[in-house]
Design a protein. Structure first.
Length: 166
């Protein structure tokens, strides 16, 4: 009986320590400032388009239709760091960012609202931003406010840097 209580107490203690480490890690990441909630699609669909949502005359075109099954999305925290964005997974103990997205390598293709099962996989009120990162398709999901800040950060690039914001 005593052994069972000790084992239960140890399990509860480890769970509390684990949750505390998550909270402390998030606080340390956000302490610097310039952070926002940002989901990243790690597993892009095979049919993901790399074409912008605007035609040669600047008119909107229908977004490419692909299955929005909601798979591949991971909750994270984006942090502005000079000329790049550092992306951290929320549920990780890693002190370093999982991805670093330099401003010069991001090209915005368009935006859309989550559809189908994506609505359940993402935070409510999210907007999905279709981008190219170093020539590869990338999707980020963030709130409208975070999206405004992200696009302003992209447009605020120093002179001479190529910036493409749809």
């Amino acid at each position: 009986m005593v052994l069972a209580l000790v084992v239960c107490a140890a399990i509860v203690a480890f769970a509390v320590i684990g949750l505390t480490v998550f909270a402390v890690r998030r606080r340390v990441i956000q302490r610097v400032g310039g952070t926002f909630d940002c989901s990243l699609r790690l597993k892009m669909p095979a049919d993901a388009s790399t074409q912008p949502d605007l035609d040669e005359n600047g008119q909107p075109t229908p977004a490419p239709v692909h299955v929005t099954d909601g798979k591949g999305w991971v909750f994270g925290i984006g942090r502005y760091s000079g000329d790049s964005i550092e992306w951290f997974r929320v549920f990780s103990y890693a002190p370093r960012p999982r991805r670093v997205l330099p401003r010069t390598e991001i090209e915005v293709l368009g935006r859309r609202y989550p559809e189908g099962q994506e609505e359940m996989a993402l935070l409510s009120g999210s907007v999905v931003l279709r981008c190219l990162h170093d020539g590869a398709p990338l999707e980020l999901a963030m709130s409208e406010d975070a999206l405004t800040g992200f696009l302003a950060w992209l447009e605020a690039a120093p002179p001479g840097q190529r910036v493409n914001v749809a």
